[in-house]
Design a protein around this ligand. Structure first.
Ligand code: ADP
Ligand code: MG
Ligand code: ZN
Length: 480
């Protein structure tokens, strides 16, 4: 029998608001333990929550970008359970009425555009972090993360393979980064994904029993986890076993899913409205304000880049790397040719950045520098290789602790300017032809390769500075 895998996702994105969801604490990942908390987020008796308006702004922003319905009246509920990382004994979340419902996120799979439908987006708070270590006995609690705002994005069970899930998660990350509401650093837990997997015999309409997998920390891990879990379920069914709804943990080291607990029912959480928080009413004006502030979304941006002549590969890379697309936009605003600006940004400049693990925002090279270099290359003032040398020199100067010179100055100082002067190049060509009589004879005897060799020799003799077009023309003329 053949089986089909069915997957639905629950994605938690940590919102990069200045302060936490219900108190005024600021939160930055990696802060000293228990320095970013207050009586509110550590749940001291009597402390009362006040909703941070930015959390609603961010959640609605995501909702509008995904075409969700925005619920003008929603509320916060308590999800009750006992665990040491939850100081109040409950998590403040939106169970009964989420802020957003419906909608979808577009992504590309196998070269085709698809839409994953969203069930809902709701706001909630993060938990504290438990610390286990060799330096101390037992377990300690760091409350810095307690009360940090999250949105949980729940998808419909619309995915059929790990690869498809990975492509969707990449598109979702691009969306969150474009909206500038989450930094998406998975290694810091800023974007976390629970994966629901079931299998069913091909052709069957009803879904099979699902298993929820937690702790998937990378996109490539998602593929492995889905493949492992689907194979486990199929093997179980084939051997006559029965599946039951459970929560499993993905173990990255073992590369297998491990049983955690049988699935708890909603009833186990004894949800009820939080009596300390007033209903959340979002006015039309508020929604309009957020809508007016939405940036250009990834897919329209992709289409615009393509229409500007940016190659497909570079277009995709640029929308995924929002900081690079800002740099690219700045360069084309200055008048740079979009195709070349994209190729240089994602090519030579990215290669230099990657060497030292630097973000483009911190790079010594500016969009104006790139524009200047591209102009000189287009005007044949310098060759493409010399253009790359100019970029390199800007990085090198920065690494030496110097303030980089302007591209113009670098071209002068390093005498990179291309020689187009016919008289000068003619002398060079004559020298090279005289020194390579055999190649000249080969060419005249019909060997085309010899021509390229002679051009190469001239370029070498000019240290790459001769204008190759002029060299070509003059050699052709000299050989008749
Ligand atoms: P809970 O909140 O208890 O985890 P939900 O009903 O909200 O449960 O579903 C959570 C996720 O499970 C959603 O992403 C949904 O798409 C997915 N899901 C539901 N049924 C299935 C199924 N049979 N197979 C795979 N995924 C499923
Ligand atoms: Mg769940
Ligand atoms: Zn606090």
């Amino acid at each position: 029998m053949k089986y089909e895998t069915v997957i639905g996702l629950e994605i938690h994105a940590e919102l990069s608001t200045k302060t936490k969801a219900f108190c005024a604490c600021e939160y930055k990942f990696g802060g000293e333990v228990n320095t970013q908390c207050c009586p509110g987020c550590s749940a001291m008796p009597g402390a009362l929550p006040v909703l941070n308006k930015s959390v609603v702004d961010y959640a609605v922003k995501m909702g509008l970008a995904a075409g969700c319905r925005i619920n003008k009246t929603s509320a916060f509920d308590r999800k009750n359970y006992f665990y040491p990382d939850l100081p109040g004994g409950y998590q403040t979340t939106q169970n009964f009425t989420p802020v957003c419902e419906g909608g979808g996120v577009d992504f590309f799979h196998e070269g085709e555009k698809r839409t994953a439908r969203l069930t809902r987006i709701h706001m909630e708070e993060d938990t504290a972090k438990l610390l286990h270590g060799d330096a101390f006995e037992g377990t300690l609690i760091d409350f810095n993360r307690a009360g940090v705002p999250l949105i949980e994005i729940v998808t419909e069970p619309d995915f059929r393979s790990g690869e498809e899930v990975k492509n969707f998660l990449e598109a979702l990350r691009t969306m969150l980064l474009t909206l500038d509401i989450c930094n998406c650093k998975m290694q810091e837990g800023a974007m976390r994904c629970d994966i629901n997997v079931s299998v069913r015999p091909e052709g069957q309409k009803e879904f099979g029993t699902r298993v929820e997998m937690k702790n998937v920390n990378t996109f490539s891990g998602a593929i492995l986890a889905i493949e492992f879990e689907a194979a486990r379920q199929i093997a179980l069914l084939e051997s006559g076993g029965r599946l039951f709804q459970e929560t499993r943990r993905w173990d990255e080291q073992l590369e297998e899913s491990v049983a955690m607990r049988t699935k708890e029912d909603a009833a186990d959480y004894r949800y009820f409205r939080d009596p300390n928080l007033v209903p959340l009413v979002i006015s039309d004006e508020w929604i309009a304000e957020i809508a007016a502030d939405l940036p250009e979304l990834p897919i329209p941006k992709l289409e615009r880049y393509k229409s500007l002549g940016v190659p497909t590969a570079e277009s995709h890379m640029l929308i995924e790397q929002v900081d690079k697309s800002r740099f690219f936009e700045a360069a084309i605003t200055l008048g740079a040719n979009p195709k070349n600006a994209a190729i240089w940004t994602m090519g030579h400049i990215t290669a230099r950045l990657n060497k030292v693990g630097m973000a483009i925002a911190d790079a010594p090279v500016s969009a104006a520098d790139l524009h200047a270099v591209l102009e000189m290359v287009a005007a044949k003032k310098i060759s493409i290789d010399s253009g790359k040398l100019v970029i390199d020199e800007i990085f090198d100067a920065h690494e030496r602790g110097e303030k980089p010179a302007s591209p113009d100055e670098i071209v002068q100082k390093k005498s990179l300017a291309q020689v187009s002067d016919e008289g000068e190049i003619k002398r060079l060509v004559e020298e090279v032809l005289a020194a390579n009589e055999k190649s000249v004879a080969d060419y005249k005897g019909g060997k085309q390769n010899a021509f390229a060799f002679l051009v190469g020799q001239c370029m070498k003799a000019s240290k790459g500075k001769a204008n190759p077009q002029v060299v070509n023309e003059l050699i052709r003329a000299a050989l008749g």
